[in-house]
Design a protein around this ligand. Structure first.
Ligand code: FAD
Ligand code: NAD
Length: 474
């Protein structure tokens, strides 16, 4: 087989593997190089998302939710079970099986689409050659007309709380704890801290989250953040805001923490410490010195609006470039780049990328927050509707939270939709479609929504923008 390809993708995460499949669908001879090693020591395609991110975290969130429902929520439905227990080997084993199913599935998709996989570390050399170093140190070089860099991201490490894989852990470690820790410390009340903090809290760990910023979930709409914080605290999460970790010392299988807040210095001892203070683009060993590909001040690969690096035939996508670090954002960039390479009209709109946090209640949004609109001087109007007035939510005993629709004050165009409550990870899709089609609040308000469903909250919030919600005072 010739070592010359139309497209080589470096990285088989949700950005890279999707780019490779789309390129192959378009008739391009495609290779995908990935270095990820799974729990069994073999190549595991799918990157962070499938191996140690989206999929395993959702598996553990769902298992822990079942247990929490059994012990905390089902009694309200008249259902109770005595001596509910979690078998940790099954709990973690189920997650591992799901990961294996999906990472293996990428291999089958590669086969079906004739993408050639390579196992090893890829390095872009000048002239669109890629040097691949295998785990055994062997080297080979392949080349292509186009190279797509999709090397993803890794967790940020704090210099005074370095990961040891045992007591001080990152996301991968927090997805593989085989005994519920009595006390879990979490640094960072971001997406990972809240999702994985919730998993272990639901199983009975005493979870304390230290967040450096004074505001809770500063990236989200603050009305949504307020509801979420109150609910998380009710579930037993301790969240300390404006709390900066200054020291973390592992002593006899415990971690002694020192943190500072407005009241001074405090100490806290935990059994495990999850550090989840954000992720950074991973480009170590990716680029030879003379490729001409540039990195920005945060170490991300510089690209234009078409994900082109400015070097002939070299593109970059996913967590390694600007924009939200989300799987679906990377995948859509991958599709768009493959289509641009094939001379088609690729499309990616970063303004409508939805965010979802898979806690209970769930949090989801798309578009701008009120704060962002205020800062930009954009005039807006808002409509809200609480799940407490939605029959389906009440029947489910999950009538928490609300939907908030923000529309332009003059044109009524949808600018942002923010949700906290049951099932909002699915409800947000309607808002994204409406925003992508440049819809207005009135468009959403005129669409028939099935009754009784949670989606009626979106309908009523859109009606409420014009003060004509039916099932609440306006
Ligand atoms: P990655 O998934 O990081 O994949 C990059 C791949 O490239 C890796 O396999 C890496 O080994 C490989 N690689 C890197 N350099 C080289 C090289 N030089 N040669 C060969 N291979 C290389 N996002 C969501 O949208 N929804 C979620 O629910 C969600 N949950 C998450 C939960 C957790 C705990 C974490 C950590 C992240 C989560 N994310 C979620 C974020 C999501 O995982 C990332 O946005 C996504 O994986 C980025 O995709 P990517 O393809 O850019 O990079
Ligand atoms: P994050 O950016 O979501 O949150 C990090 C938090 O840590 C922030 O609130 C930040 O203020 C805080 N922080 C930073 N330094 C700190 C310090 N020294 N002490 C205390 N707090 C500190 O990052 P993350 O939770 O690590 O997740 C990384 C990324 O992975 C996310 O931004 C997201 O893009 C992706 N992700 C997405 C999902 C999802 O889509 N559901 C789930 C998990 C991860």
């Amino acid at each position: 087989m010739s070592d010359k390809f139309d497209v080589i993708v470096i990285g088989a995460g949700p950005a890279g593997y999707v780019a490779a499949i789309r390129a192959a669908q378009l008739g391009l001879k495609t290779a995908c190089v990935d270095a990820f090693v799974g729990k069994d020591g073999k190549q595991a395609l799918g990157g962070t998302c499938l191996n140690v991110g989206c999929i395993p975290s959702k598996a553990l969130l769902d298992s822990s939710k079942q247990y929490f429902n059994l012990t905390h929520n089902l009694p309200a439905h008249g259902i109770s079970v005595e001596n509910a227990k979690v078998d940790m080997a099954t709990f973690i084993g189920r997650k591992d099986k799901i990961v294996k199913q999906f990472t293996g599935g990428i291999g089958q998709l590669f086969k079906a689409n004739k993408v050639t996989p390579f196992f090893g570390k890829g390095k872009l050399l000048k002239g669109n050659n890629v040097e691949i170093t295998g785990n055994d140190g062997s080297k080979q070089t392949i080349s292509a007309t186009n190279v797509i860099l999709a090397s993803g991201s890794v967790p940020i490490e704090l210099p005074f709380a370095k990961f040891d894989g045992k007591n001080i852990i990152d996301n991968a470690g927090a997805l593989d704890i085989n005994e519920v820790p009595k006390r879990l410390g979490v640094i960072g009340a971001g997406v990972i801290g809240l999702e994985l903090g919730s998993v272990w809290n639901r199983l009975g760990a005493q979870v304390t989250i230290l967040e450096a910023l004074p505001d809770f979930l500063a990236v989200a709409d603050q009305d949504v953040a307020k509801v979420a914080k109150k609910e998380f605290e009710k579930q037993g999460l301790t969240i300390k805001l404006g709390a900066k970790l200054t020291k973390a010392e592992v002593k006899k299988n415990e971690v002694a923490l020192t943190y500072e807040d407005k009241d001074g210095a405090h100490e806290l001892t935990v059994d495990k410490l999850l550090v989840a203070v954000g992720r950074r683009a991973y480009t170590e060993g990716l680029l030879a010195d003379d490729t001409g590909v540039k990195l920005d001040e945060r170490g991300r690969i510089v690209v234009d609006e078409h994900n082109h690096t400015g070097v002939d035939g070299v593109w970059a996508i996913g967590d390694a470039v600007r924009g939200p670090m989300l799987a679906h954002k990377g995948s859509e960039e991958g599709v768009a780049v493959a289509e641009w390479i094939a001379g088609k009209a690729g499309h990616i709109n970063l303004d409508t990328v939805p965010w979802v946090i898979y806690t209970e209640p769930e949090i989801a949004w798309a578009g701008k927050t009120e704060k962002e609109l205020k800062e930009a001087g954009v005039p807006y109007k808002i409509g809200t509707f609480p799940f407490a007035a939605i029959g389906r939510a009440v029947a489910m005993n999950e009538a928490i939270g609300q939907v908030k629709v923000i529309a332009h004050a003059e044109t009524d165009r949808l600018l942002g939709v923010h949700m906290v409550g049951p099932g909002v990870s699915e409800l947000i899709a309607e808002a994204v479609v409406a925003m992508e089609f440049k819809g207005s609040a009135e468009d959403l308000a005129r669409i028939v929504h099935a009754h009784p469903t949670l989606s009626e909250a979106v309908h009523e919030a859109a009606l409420s923008v014009d003060k004509r919600a039916i099932h609440k005072g306006n």
